[in-house]
Design a protein. Structure first.
Length: 755
C-alpha cells in the first residue's frame, strides 16, 4: 500500500485493533482484509454459491489502492464484536417526558457504538406552556437540548470516536429566537451543531419583508408573528459571530423524500448532508477522484471507465454493509432495511482539479463537478437497479416516488460527506472542499519540524526547479500562494486555497454537486476574518436561490479570542480594550483569590513526571504550579515558567496567547524518548492549561444536567471534555483545527469531530 507516514500514524492510533494493554494486534493490511472479508460475507445471504473470496479481493484491492474508502465506523468495527458500521442516525423527539428520555437513552447507545445523531426539537411545546398533567410549566426545546448535550458528554465511544449531534428547530417554532442565540457562547451546548429549519414560505417572506406566523407545535395555534427579514438577519449575525446556526431548507429535504408515506424528514445527521426519517441510518463511503484520472499526451483527464467500475463495486460494498451491520437498536435495524439508503460520495476533488490544471475558482471547475457527480449518481442508480434484479428492491419501493420506474435496491445512492480523516488515509484533499493549506509545518518528537507539502504542488515546483525548503516555510507562514513573489502566476492561478476563493464561488460549487446528489452536500463556506455580516447574508440568499439543501459557514478566527481584554481591580469587569497601536504600560495583576478550584495532572516528561496544578476562580484560570517527581528534572525552570504564566493570566493576557508561547517548545530529554505526549515542561504546562480551560467552559449550572451526569455510571463517562470539539486547537495533538466539509478536523493527527 502507498500510504503516507501520517496516514500510517492515524491508522495505528485510531483504526487498528489493540489488546487490553493498547498494543497493536493488527497490521494495516490486516485491517483491510478484516473489513473486506466481513463485508463480502453478505453475498451468501442472497446466493449460497457466491464467490465470497473473489468479492473480498475486489473490495480489498479497491480500499488498499485508495480508490474507495467506507466511513470510519466500518473501518473500525467491521469483522469485530461491536460490528456497528453506520456513521449517522436520526432519532425522533416527541412531546412527553417519557419520549424525551427514551430518545436520550437511544442516543447514548448510538454514541457508545460510534455513531452520530440528528434530532428535530420542533415537536416540543414552547417554553412557558402549561403542562396539564402536572400543572407545571414547560421549559422548552433549548433546555432539553442542554440535557441531550450533557448525556453526550457522559458517554464514551470506546476511545475512538466522540459523540456529535445535530439539533434542528423549525423557523416557525415560538422559541426560535432563543434557539438562534443558544450557542452565542462558544462554550455552550458544545456537542451539538445547530441549524434552523427554514421553509420556502419563510424565505418568500424574507424577500418581501413581511411578517410570518409562530405556531405552537402541539395545538397548531398561531402564537404570534415575527418580521421574517429581521429573524433572517439574526440568523446571519449568529453565523457571522461563530458559525452557528447553519440553515436547512426543510421543504427541499422533503421534496426529495423517497417515501413520503413514512412521514416528514425533519432532521439530518450532525454534518447536514444526510437527511433521514426517524430511526433511519445511512452507510457512507467515498471515491477518491485523484485515483480516477489517466494520463494522456495532453495531460490528465477523468478515466470514466475506471470510475464506472469503482462505482459499481462501491454500491455493492455499501449495500452489503446494510446486511452485516449490527445496529444498536432493533427499531433502527428494521427501519433502515425498509429503504436501504446508502450514501456514495467523493473526496480528492480539489486535488483532481490541480492535476488537470484547473482552478477551483473557475467555471470550468463547476462544469466538471456537475459532469463527474452526474455520472456517479447515474451509474450508481444503475448499479442499484442491477442489484435489485438479484436481491430484490427495497421493501418500501411500491410506496416510493420511484414505484413506476425500474426497481431499485437502495432508496438513495449518493451523498457528499465530510472526509477529514479518510482523506488523510487516502492522501488527498477532503470531500469537495478546496485545499485548506498547501504546506503544513508539524512539530515532531526528534527535535525537528516536519514540512508537509501537497504532493501535487511539490511535483509542480520540482519540475520547474522552484522547490526549496525556505520557499515552503514562506508558503506555510502566509497560508496561501497568492502573494508569494517567487511563484509564477500560472501556478498561483491553479493552486488556490480555501481563503483565496470567494464565498460566492464556494456556494456555486456546492450547488453544482447538489444538483446531482440524492441526499445533500456537506461543505463549509470559509470566510476571511474581515468578512462582514452582509457577506454572510449574500451567501445564505444565494444558497437559497441556487437550490442548496443547507449551508454551513465559518469565518476565520470567529471562535478565537478577538481582542485583548485587561481585567480591572473590580471583580469580573473589563475596563480596557487595547486598540491597535495602543498598549498599556502600567498593568498590574489582580490579587490572587483567597479560595480557588484546581486540577492537577501528571505529565510524563523525559526525566520523569511533572505534576501540573492549574487553579481557577469565577474569572477563569488564575495560577499554575508545578512539581517534579523523584526522578528529578529542572524544577526551577518549570517553576519560573508557571509563575510567569500565572502573573500573565491575572494581568488579563489572553490564555490562548500564553498557550501559544509555551506549546511546542522542545527539550532534548523529552524528544529522545518515544511515546511522549509533550515535548518539554513548558509544552506540558500548555497542554494542561488548554484542557483545564475547556473543562471550565464546559461546566454547567443547570440542576437537571448535573443530575443526569451523576446518573450515568462512572465507567462510561468521557475522559476528555467534548467542548474541545469547538476549540481552536486539536485536543489530541495541539495543532490548529480546520473547518471544512461541515466538520472540524486535524490534518496532523487525524482527529475529527465527524468521521
Amino acid at each position: 500500500m502507498k500510504l503516507s507516514e501520517n496516514a500510517r500514524i492515524v491508522l495505528e492510533k485510531r483504526y487498528l485493533c489493540k489488546d487490553e494493554k493498547g498494543k497493536l494486534t493488527e497490521t494495516v493490511e490486516g485491517l483491510f482484509e478484516r473489513v473486506a472479508n466481513a463485508i463480502a460475507s453478505a453475498d451468501k445471504n442472497f446466493n449460497p454459491n457466491a464467490d465470497v473470496k473473489e468479492t473480498s479481493k475486489i473490495f480489498y484491492d479497491m480500499m488498499t489502492n485508495l480508490e474507495f474508502l467506507p466511513n470510519s465506523p466500518t473501518l473500525m468495527n467491521a469483522g469485530k464484536e461491536l460490528g456497528q458500521l453506520s456513521a449517522c442516525f436520526v432519532l425522533p423527539i416527541q412531546d412527553s417526558m417519557e419520549d424525551i428520555f427514551e430518545s436520550i437513552k437511544q442516543a447514548a447507545l448510538i454514541h457508545k457504538s460510534g455513531g452520530g445523531t440528528g434530532f428535530s426539537f420542533s415537536n416540543l411545546r414552547p417554553k412557558g406552556s402549561v403542562v396539564r398533567t402536572t400543572g407545571g410549566v414547560a421549559s422548552g426545546p433549548v433546555s432539553f437540548m442542554r440535557v441531550f448535550n450533557m448525556a453526550t458528554e457522559a458517554v464514551k465511544q470506546g476511545g475512538t470516536r466522540r459523540g456529535a449531534n445535530m439539533g434542528i428547530l423549525r423557523i416557525d417554532h415560538p422559541d426560535i429566537l432563543e434557539f438562534i442565540d443558544c450557542k452565542k457562547d462558544n462554550a455552550d451546548i458544545t456537542n451539538f451543531n445547530i441549524s434552523v429549519g427554514i421553509t420556502e414560505q419563510f424565505m418568500q417572506a424574507v424577500e418581501e419583508d413581511k411578517p410570518y406566523d409562530l405556531v405552537d407545535p402541539r395545538t397548531k395555534e398561531v402564537m404570534g408573528t415575527l418580521n421574517a427579514r429581521e429573524v433572517f438577519l439574526k440568523i446571519v449575525e449568529g453565523a457571522w459571530r461563530n458559525g452557528e446556526p447553519g440553515i436547512i431548507f426543510l421543504d427541499r429535504l422533503n421534496r426529495d423524500n423517497v417515501v413520503p408515506s413514512q412521514g416528514m424528514i425533519e432532521s439530518t445527521n450532525p454534518c447536514g448532508e444526510q437527511p433521514l426519517l426517524p430511526y433511519e441510518s445511512c452507510n457512507l463511503g467515498s471515491i477518491n477522484l485523484v485515483q480516477m484520472l489517466k494520463k494522456t499526451k495532453k495531460g490528465y483527464e477523468v478515466d470514466y471507465d475506471k470510475l464506472q467500475k469503482t462505482i459499481i463495486h462501491a454500491v455493492h460494498f455499501l449495500d452489503n454493509v446494510i446486511e452485516v451491520n449490527k445496529y444498536p437498536i432493533q427499531l433502527i435495524d428494521d427501519t433502515t432495511k425498509l429503504t436501504r439508503k446508502i450514501g456514495l460520495g467523493v473526496m480528492g476533488f480539489s486535488d483532481m482539479l490541480l492535476c488537470m490544471g484547473i482552478s477551483y475558482a473557475s467555471e470550468e471547475a463547476v462544469e466538471l463537478a456537475e459532469k463527474v457527480m452526474g455520472f456517479i449518481t447515474e451509474t450508481g442508480r444503475q448499479a442499484s437497479v442491477d442489484l435489485a434484479k438479484e436481491r430484490g428492491s427495497f421493501p418500501l419501493f411500491e410506496e416510493s416516488i420511484y414505484k413506476d420506474m425500474e426497481c431499485l435496491r437502495n432508496a438513495t445512492v449518493t451523498t457528499i460527506a465530510p472526509t477529514g480523516t479518510l482523506s488523510i488515509l487516502a492522501g488527498c484533499s477532503s470531500g469537495v472542499e478546496p485545499v485548506f493549506a498547501f504546506v503544513y509545518i508539524r512539530n515532531v518528537m526528534d527535535n525537528t519540524e516536519m514540512i508537509e507539502v501537497n504532493p501535487i504542488l511539490r511535483k509542480t515546483l520540482e519540475d520547474r526547479g522552484l522547490y526549496t525548503e525556505k520557499l515552503m516555510r514562506k508558503i506555510a507562514e502566509a497560508g496561501s500562494l497568492a502573494h508569494i513573489e517567487e511563484i509564477p502566476e500560472d501556478i498561483k492561478r491553479v493552486f488556490v486555497s480555501s481563503h483565496d476563493i470567494s464565498p460566492i464561488h464556494h456556494i456555486q460549487m456546492q450547488a453544482a454537486f447538489q444538483r446531482h446528489t440524492d441526499n445533500a452536500v456537506s461543505k463549509t463556506v470559509n470566510f476571511v476574518h474581515d468578512a462582514t455580516m452582509d457577506d454572510v447574508r449574500e451567501v445564505y440568499m444565494l444558497a437559497y436561490k441556487l437550490g442548496c439543501k443547507g449551508v454551513t459557514i465559518y469565518r476565520d478566527g470567529s471562535r478565537d479570542s478577538q481582542v485583548l481584554n485587561i481585567g480591572s481591580v473590580k471583580k469580573g469587569e473589563a475596563v480596557l480594550e487595547a486598540a491597535a497601536g495602543e498598549f498599556p504600560t502600567n498593568i498590574k495583576p489582580r490579587p490572587r483569590p483567597e479560595v480557588t478550584l484546581g486540577v492537577t495532572e501528571r505529565m510524563k516528561i523525559g526525566c520523569g513526571n511533572l505534576y501540573v496544578t492549574v487553579n481557577y476562580d469565577e474569572n477563569g484560570i488564575c495560577e499554575v504550579f508545578t512539581s517534579t517527581g523523584k526522578a528529578g528534572g529542572c524544577p526551577s525552570q518549570s517553576e519560573a515558567t508557571a509563575r510567569l504564566a500565572s502573573i500573565a493570566l491575572r494581568s488579563g493576557i489572553s490564555l490562548d496567547e500564553v498557550i501559544e508561547q509555551l506549546r511546542g517548545i522542545r527539550c532534548p530529554s523529552t524528544i529522545r524518548q518515544t511515546g511522549m505526549k509533550c515535548t518539554s515542561c513548558p509544552d506540558a504546562i500548555a497542554r494542561v492549561l488548554r484542557r483545564v480551560d475547556e473543562m471550565i467552559k464546559n461546566q454547567k449550572k443547570h440542576t437537571a444536567e448535573e443530575h443526569l451526569i451523576q446518573s450515568v455510571p462512572a465507567s462510561s463517562r468521557e475522559e476528555t471534555p467534548a467542548s474541545m470539539l469547538h476549540a481552536k486547537y486539536c485536543p489530541e495533538c495541539g495543532d490548529k483545527l480546520e473547518h471544512e466539509g461541515g466538520c472540524v478536523s486535524c490534518r496532523s493527527c487525524g482527529y475529527s469531530k465527524c468521521n
